[in-house]
Design a protein around this ligand. Structure first.
Ligand code: CP
Ligand code: NVA
Length: 298
């Protein structure tokens, strides 16, 4: 594995190996931890806002012995229209790896191709692979894994989060149900290319929640979709609230990648009831991404 561009390009063995490594890094975190990034400088190139991703990567790189450089696209020539392939060819001669948050998935894959250095997708419109590793790690820790478990994603049915989750479900084989308004369902072509009978769609949020061991959600309006606020009107039945979660398995957990918009996709009550899990999920970004960095530094 030279770069991490998507969950789609992975398989069960590589996902599980990274999670195993994240568990070890988490358990042994401290000054004597591994330092495979010693002498390396990694660039974080961000075109969209971030709290968790930026901080967890900056801290993780430092803990692994390296240094990082945060480059907001507004401050570098990329923001004035310099092509990504030129930016990549410059940075590839100077830094040891890049972590990119942007809109088009192609920009991340082009960067990887033209720079020749390890490149990590820190969120695009298509996928959010780093988040999936943190979510899976949290599921392992909280309920011992996903075998014979039902995982529901209730909210925006075709976002970067749901796409990455669909690929994870395909490779790991757990029962994964997406519930959203029909208009925001994963398109038939996507489900066809996924070719995973364990991944299903329903517009019935209660049916999705019923007996679920994990109930996951995300914002209804993702970054870059701010002009689509009319979307929200369709999503009220898909809010994670106490009434909906009453249908879940008694020992269910709730996940949210954050940031959350309270009283929209999740109520204050549900978020606070599940805060221990949700903030453990946020912390796990650090451990999961350290595992990714260790793997790519090899
Ligand atoms: N979940 C997540 O990626 O958070 P940030 O947008 O704060 O990085
Ligand atoms: N789907 C959300 C995830 C934020 C971490 C977005 O892209 O804005």
């Amino acid at each position: 594995m030279k770069s991490l561009l998507s969950i789609q390009e992975l398989d069960a063995a590589s996902i599980n190996a990274l999670l195993d490594s994240a568990e070890v890094l988490k358990a042994t975190r401290g000054p004597s931890g591994p330092k495979p990034l010693t002498g390396q400088c990694w660039a974080l190139i961000f075109t969209k806002s971030s709290t968790r991703t930026r901080v967890s990567f900056e801290v993780g790189i430092r803990e692994l012995g390296g240094s990082s450089m945060f480059l907001s696209s507004a401050d570098i020539q990329l923001g004035r229209g310099e092509p990504i392939k030129d930016t990549a060819r410059v940075l590839g001669r100077m830094v040891h790896g890049a972590i990119i948050r942007t809109f088009a998935q192609k920009d991340v894959s082009d960067f990887a191709a033209y720079s020749g250095i390890p490149t990590i997708n820190a969120l695009t419109d298509d996928e959010h692979p780093c988040q999936i590793f943190a979510d899976l790690l949290t599921i392992r820790e909280k309920i011992g894994g996903w075998d014979s478990k039902k995982i529901a994603f209730i909210g925006d049915g075709f976002s970067n989060m749901t796409r990455s989750w669909c690929w994870a479900a395909k490779y790991l084989g757990f029962k994964f149900v997406i519930a959203s308004p029909e208009a925001y369902a994963p398109p038939a072509e996507f489900l066809q290319s996924l070719d995973a009978p364990n991944v299903t769609f329903t517009s019935d949020a209660v049916a999705a929640a019923k007996g679920a061991h994990v109930i996951n959600t995300d914002v209804w309006i993702s970054m870059g979709q701010e002009d689509q606020s009319e979307k929200e009107a369709h999503f009220a039945p898909y809010q994670l609230n106490d009434a909906l979660l009453a249908h879940a398995a008694t020992d269910h957990i709730a996940l949210h990648c954050l940031p959350a918009y309270r009283e929209k996709e999740i109520t204050e009550s549900v978020l606070e009831k599940h805060a221990d899990t949700i903030f453990q999920q946020a912390e796990n970004r650090l451990h999961a991404q350290k595992a990714i960095l260790v793997k790519l530094a090899q």
